[in-house]
Design a protein around this ligand. Sequence first.
Ligand code: RFL
Ligand code: PHB
Length: 392
Amino acid sequence: MRTQVAIVGAGPAGLLLSHLLHLNGIESIVLETRSRLDIEATIRAGVLEQGSMDILNDAGVGERMRKEGALHHGVEFAFGGRRHRIDLLELTGKAITVYPQHEVIIDLVAARLAAGGQILFETGEVALHNIDAQRDTERPAVSFVHQGEARRIEADFVIGCDGFHGVSRPAIPANLRQDFQRTYPFGWFGILVESAPSSDELIYAQHERGFALVSTRSPTVQRLYFQCDPKDHVDNWSDDRIWAELHARLEHDDGWKLNEGRIFQKGIIGMRSFVCAPMRHKRLFLAGDAAHIVPPTGAKGMNLAISDVKLLSQALERFYKQGSEDGLERYSDEALKRIWRAEYFSWWMTRMLHTFADASPFERQVQRAELENVVASRAMSTALAENYVGAF
Ligand code: RFL
Ligand code: PHB
């Protein structure tokens, strides 16, 4: 098989890139190890920045998001027995939309297939070849097994959108890339609940028992998280124990109550910060989680995946329309500027909101003072709001 751009991975990065390229008359094939059913049902992110919404709208895949997504003009921080609202719209002129990642995936798959796009699901043994091929002599290629048959795609470029555990990043020789990383000594226990929303806006809660987050998925399904031991197991957490923990961390004496409901999904996620630089090796480019990971506290992961592929699609468009490699040369440096700011913000939110078991009493007081500062100072609230909505 032959195509212009071979894309490994059908997450938000791979699918959106394929669609943006298609809109510019550039051909691509997407390979995905999982089934369509599986990628369309995996629960992950929920928050889209205004800029991500604009990109999805401009790409013609925003119709359901505009109808079903929930626009949030503010966000709340709870600590010390009180809740404080940060007015995102007033401080930045922008807002966020809560629209689940798997719905974005459903919209993108539908758009690709309606336009005749090729997504090969359930591919196995995916391997990259000739990514350092000289132009005009050899072509990069991806080999894989699909429906029991060994196949190979030759392309001008290979784009690794295969997430943190994919095969693309390791294809860059270790001596030519630098991995920056930090793991955190806690994870998030996430649940999906059948109930009405407890709050009109997201609540990020700092509590001595640990962080908790109230988010939403729809008027009838809510998404809640609480800080836990990353090595803990969901079986250790009965529904009663989960509710007791969430009530303890989220409720104060101001009368606000967390709605309970049937818990129909439980999971524990680890937390890490990670950046691979550069995000390119010859004719292989990385985008999204394949190149970087943020802890979910800043709600940035899916947004970074979207901004990476927007930049990369523009660079590829310049290459195919004007024969210029300038955009491709600059891709990694340009993407990394935004990525490092999001890494900083996600690390900062994580540090400010979680309970660190080894923190000294002094460090705990300073952590609380930082939160007090953020909600009391318009300048600090604005800095947080700008980062949260992605206003840069
Ligand atoms: P993905 O979504 O991981 O997609 C990669 C795809 O590649 C496939 N794959 C392969 N395909 C072919 N060959 C191989 N060898 C392959 N290896 C892997 C995989 O099956 C998969 O389908 O990466 P992408 O596209 O870069 O998208 C990144 C986002 O998924 C991720 O950053 C976000 O989900 C992070 N995140 C959040 N981001 C936000 O912007 N806002 C949020 O509110 C938010 N909340 C979250 C999150 C992530 C979470 N988890 C579970 C880690 C909340 C959670 C709980
Ligand atoms: C979510 O709804 O899954 C979500 C929201 C905000 C975050 C992380 C996850 O910071």
